[in-house]
Design a binder for this molecule. Structure first.
Ligand code: SF4
Length: 392
C-alpha cells in the first residue's frame, strides 16, 4: 500500500502539511432515484465489519510514520450519519488531528440527531455538511429522497445547541416539477435558518446511467431551466453575503471547504473504503467498488486498490487548468486557445482569467478549449498555492 505520508506537500502552501483523508461510508436509508454512488441500502449488518476494514486500511496506509496526521478529514458517502456515531469517532481518533484540521461529516436530516452531533463534536468533528436538497416535498419526492422538509428543523436546532458554527447545506436544482418560485422558496428558507449556514453547495441534477431517473425521460432536467436556476441561486447567495469559490460552491468569507479546495488544487489525499480514490505524488488510485470485495481484501491483508493512473506532464497541466477554471482563482490567460472564450471570462491585468456568471454556466465547454501547451507551469503552481479569495 502507498504510505499515508504525502510526497508533494511543499508545492501547496495553502493546505496543511499532510494529505487530506476521505472516508467513504457506503450505507443509506434508501436509494435515491438519481444516485450512482457506491452505496447500498439494507446492509446495516455489515457496518461493523466494514468499519473494521476502514480502520485496518488506515493503519496499513500510515504504518510508516504514525506521527503524520491528515490535513483534513472528510466522511462522505453514502450517508455517514446513518451509521452509529462511535464509528466516526473511532476513525477520527485513529487518524489523529491537530490544530486547524477540518473534520467534516456528511449528514442527512432523517438520520441526524443531537446525540450523534454531540459524539461528533466530542470526537473533533468541526464541520457538518447537511444534505437538504430542497424544502419542497414535491421535489424531494421527485428525487426519491427519504426525508420530509420538516425533518431539517430539529437538526438545525441541534446543530446550534451543540455549537457547530461551520455547517453547509447541499441543494439540488433542476428536478422535474421545479420552478423558479419553488427554488426561491427553498433558498429563502435556507437563508433564514438559525443558525444560518455558512456554506452552500448547489448541484444541477444530472442523469446517471443505470439509475431509476435514467429510465424515466419525463423526469430529465431542462438545461435552460437549470441555467436560470443557477443564476437565481448565485444572486440570492451573493445577496446573503456568500461568494462563489467553485462553480457549485458558495461560502461566507473564511468558510470555504479546505478538504475540497485541496482536491481542486491537485493536492494529495488518501481515500479509505470501497470506491475511494487517493492521490499521492503523481499517482491517482482507486479502491474496489464493491463493499463485500473491499471487506474481504482488507481482511485478507490485501491492498484494496483496483487500479491507478499517473498524472504527469501535459495531463497534469491539462487537469490543473480544468480544475482551476472552475474556481474563483481562474486560469492564466495564455492558456486560452481562442479569443471567443474571452466573452465567458473576465481577464484581469495580472494575466489571470476567471469565469463570468455566463461562463460558469458553460464551464465544461470552455474547459474543452483550454490549451495546456500554452500555459506556464510556474504560473499554475503559483495559483494553486492561493486560497479562494484574497485575505483568506
Ligand atoms: S442519500 Fe446520497 S448517497 Fe445515499 S442514495 Fe441518496 S444521493 Fe445516494
Amino acid at each position: 500500500m502507498e504510505s499515508f505520508r504525502g510526497a508533494d506537500r511543499d508545492r501547496l502552501a495553502n493546505v496543511p502539511a499532510a494529505p487530506g483523508l476521505y472516508v467513504h461510508i457506503p450505507f443509506c436509508v434508501s436509494r435515491c432515484d438519481y444516485c450512482a454512488f457506491a452505496t447500498w441500502e439494507g446492509m446495516e449488518d455489515r457496518v461493523e465489519s466494514y468499519m473494521d476494514a476502514v480502520i485496518s486500511e488506515l493503519r496499513a496506509k500510515r504504518s510508516e510514520d504514525r506521527s503524520v496526521v491528515p490535513g483534513s478529514i472528510y466522511f462522505g458517502g453514502g450517508t455517514p450519519s446513518f451509521i452509529p456515531a462511535r464509528h466516526i469517532a473511532r476513525v477520527v481518533e485513529e487518524a489523529g488531528t491537530q490544530a486547524g484540521t477540518e473534520v467534516t461529516v456528511e449528514c442527512n436530516p432523517e438520520s441526524t440527531d443531537i446525540e450523534k452531533l454531540r459524539i461528533y463534536m466530542d470526537a473533533g468533528v468541526n464541520r457538518i455538511s447537511l444534505g437538504l436538497q430542497s424544502f419542497s416535498p414535491q421535489i424531494l419526492k421527485s428525487l426519491g429522497r427519504s426525508h420530509d422538509p420538516g425533518d431539517i428543523f430539529p437538526v438545525i436546532e441541534a446543530i446550534g445547541e451543540v455549537g457547530f458554527d461551520n455547517y453547509s447545506i447541499d441543494l439540488i436544482y433542476g428536478a422535474a416539477g421545479e420552478s423558479e418560485a419553488i427554488l426561491e422558496d427553498t433558498l429563502c428558507k435556507v437563508l433564514s435558518l438559525s443558525p444560518a449556514p455558512v456554506h452552500v453547495s448547489a448541484y444541477a441534477l444530472t442523469v446517471e446511467a443505470g439509475t431509476p431517473l435514467a429510465k424515466d425521460t419525463s423526469r430529465y432536467p431542462d438545461e435552460d431551466y437549470q441555467a436560470s436556476a443557477y443564476k437565481l441561486i448565485d444572486e440570492m447567495l451573493l445577496d446573503a453575503g456568500m461568494r462563489w469559490y467553485e462553480v457549485s460552491n458558495w461560502a461566507k468569507p473564511g468558510y470555504y471547504s479546505r478538504h475540497n479546495w485541496n482536491y481542486w488544487m491537485q493536492g494529495e489525499y488518501v481515500g479509505l473504503g470501497c470506491a475511494a480514490h487517493s492521490h499521492l505524488g503523481s499517482r491517482r488510485s482507486w479502491n474496489v467498488f464493491n463493499m463485500g470485495r473491499y471487506i474481504s481484501f482488507v481482511r485478507d491483508g490485501k491492498d484494496p486498490v483496483a487500479g491507478h493512473e499517473d498524472i504527469t506532464g501535459e495531463l497534469e497541466i491539462s487537469e490543473a487548468l480544468e480544475l482551476l477554471l472552475r474556481t474563483s482563482l481562474g486560469v492564466p490567460t495564455e492558456s486560452l486557445a481562442d479569443t471567443e472564450q474571452i466573452e465567458l471570462l473576465y481577464a484581469d491585468s495580472n494575466g489571470i482569467a476567471t469565469l463570468t456568471l455566463e461562463g460558469r454556466l458553460l464551464a465544461n465547454q470552455v474547459a474543452m478549449r483550454l490549451d495546456p501547451s500554452k500555459a506556464d507551469p510556474a504560473c499554475i503552481t503559483h495559483l494553486q498555492r492561493q486560497a479562494p479569495w484574497p485575505m483568506e
